[in-house]
Design a binder for this molecule. Structure first.
Ligand SMILES: C[S@@+](CC[C@H](N)C(=O)[O-])C[C@H]1O[C@@H](n2cnc3c(N)ncnc32)[C@H](O)[C@@H]1O
Length: 497
């Protein structure tokens, strides 16, 4: 077991190896320490201001995610739509073009795999099994420092971890040394890896990366940092709110807008701990009622919530009439709601809108995470997707988009998410809805100007430099943000374009 000093030294070497586009490395405002949550964590050594970059990390291995829902794609460029997918005749990895086949990335992947004897003819090897195992396979290419760093990370060793390597062994005779290192990589990835964001609106295979410094951050359901990626998969971690010297630096391993039972179950299943943060301990989740269900008493307008949210078998109680409902009944209702959601076609915006506006709130309160999730899905589509572009939106859909943005921003603010990525995106979409309204009705421009400027300014501040930011963020900020001295017809030219 490495001491904290040894680990800090290795982390410094790791960070120093890479320079981010701004050329700055920020090591001075945090260190690695013992966390009261167990294990190690990162701690601020000085006060950190909101927006400050804490560090920029770089993956020591990365590759396609291993979940069952990950869509198959090219193992080099990650494209998922192509008429020309083929399996490499030497290693069976999926590729989309000769160009991708001729890359160093593929050359190295192919060489690593071709060292192993096969148990079946090469064309019978399942490319999905190979793709899921690619991040651990690439771990075999790490240098000695990187291997030591990976071994120093926490790694859950339960039987479910390492399935990728067991899948490979159906097809290959793998030397013990390779198997051990890949199994360690699987466990380290399952404990520490981050999903790597793709460019805004781009349909690509979803990747995971093992970021050794980011992997030292513990979880809080209201984290004080956000992270973003650049084109080279470098990950910048920034403060979303001021962090006092001595405080622990947190990230989040779950969805921000999920209710407490959903977050805690997910954390337990994937990361093997039950979160006990302030948000989890508060049945109302800072008044957002994200987990709330409708009271079962006829005529009662109240909401049911867990009595003891840190106890997963706790009964639930209505906030109004105090009716108690056993967890068994709640679980049945939750799984019925899950099935109902599973039957929805999320690509069909008409169906989503109808379900949201006319149906779902008959069964669950409008604060419930399912409603909030549907609201977000509609926000992302309205004005953006084919047939629903800004100039095609009806007045009522434009008004709906604006009100959904405002409502979800209120929920995010109540949770105290600070300048989180989610807030940046919601501000961008609110700005776009307001700008479209002003473009359609120029007489409203003066009335809307201040809010249009401030929303795009804040969105730009949060999302700039983030590969997943909307591509017109900068242009909108330049034309519609504060300080633009062009007449308003010219400012709105950007929207017509
Ligand atoms: C990415 S690691 C975080 C760093 C880790 N504490 C270490 O010592 O290397 C994730 C693991 O840390 C622990 N952990 C993270 N956040 C936690 C929390 N809020 N409460 C309890 N354990 C936590 C869990 O074991 C989790 O699987």
């Amino acid at each position: 077991m490495l001491s904290l000093e040894q680990l800090s030294q290795m982390v410094k070497v790791h960070l120093g190896l890479y320079s981010y586009t701004d050329g700055v490395q920020h090591f001075s405002k945090w260190n690695i320490g013992e966390s009261s949550l167990g294990g190690r964590g990162l701690f601020a050594t000085e006060d950190v201001a909101a927006g400050e970059v804490l560090f920029v990390d770089h993956p020591i291995t990365r590759g396609p995610r291993a979940g069952n829902t990950v869509v198959r794609g090219c193992t080099v460029c990650c494209r998922i739509e192509s008429d020309s997918f083929f399996k490499c005749c030497k290693c069976s990895l999926l590729l989309c073009s000769e160009k991708c086949q001729d890359t160093t990335t593929h050359y190295e992947d192919c060489n690593t795999i071709c060292r192993w004897d096969t148990k079946v003819p090469i064309e019978e090897i399942d490319d999905v099994v190979l793709s899921k195992a690619l991040a651990p396979i690439r771990a075999l290419l790490m240098n000695e420092d990187q291997k030591l760093l990976m071994a120093a990370l926490q790694a859950h060793r339960l039987p479910q971890h390492g399935a990728e390597v067991r899948g490979l062994k159906e097809y290959f005779d793998i030397p013990e040394e390779d198997e051990d290192l890949m199994t360690l990589a699987c466990c380290a990835l399952d404990t520490n890896a981050f999903q790597i964001a793709t460019s805004y609106g781009k349909k690509e295979m979803s990747l995971r990366g093992l970021y050794p410094v980011s992997g030292l951050m513990n979880h809080n359901c209201v984290p004080n940092t956000r992270y973003s990626y650049n084109q080279d998969s470098q990950m910048a971690v920034k403060a979303v709110k001021p962090i006092r010297a001595g405080s622990e630096i947190f990230t989040s391993y779950t969805g921000t807008l999920w209710g407490t039972p959903a977050r805690r179950t997910h954390l337990y299943k994937t990361k093997h701990f039950f979160c006990k943060c302030d948000r989890c301990a508060d049945p109302t989740e800072r008044g957002t009622l994200l987990a709330a269900l409708k009271c079962f008493s006829p005529e009662c307008p109240g909401s049911l919530l867990p009595i003891e949210p840190l106890n997963s078998s706790s009964s639930w109680r209505c906030l109004e009439c105090r009716l108690r409902v056993p967890i068994k009944t709640i679980s049945i209702l939750q799984s019925a709601l899950g099935s109902l959601m599973g039957s929805l076609d999320f690509e069909n915006v008409d169906q989503l809108e109808n379900f949201l506006v006319n149906r779902v709130t008959k069964y669950i309160p409008k604060t419930n995470q399912i409603v909030v999730d549907l609201q977000c899905r509609l926000i992302w589509e309205l004005g953006e997707s084919d047939g629903l572009r800004w100039h095609e939106l009806t007045e009522s859909r434009l008004a709906l988009k604006e009100s959904l943005c405002r409502g979800t921003l209120r929920t995010a603010a109540a949770l105290g998410v600070g300048d989180a990525h989610l807030r940046g995106l919601l501000l961008y979409h609110l700005h776009a809805a307001l700008a479209e309204r002003a473009r359609r009705s120029p007489e409203l421009y003066e009335e809307l100007k201040a809010e249009i400027e401030s929303t795009i300014e804040q969105a730009f501040h949060i999302l700039q430099g983030d590969i997943s930011a909307p591509p017109d963020l900068e242009l909108r900020h330049r034309y519609l943000g504060p300080g633009c001295d062009k007449p308003h017809e010219e400012r709105f030219f950007i929207l017509d374009a």
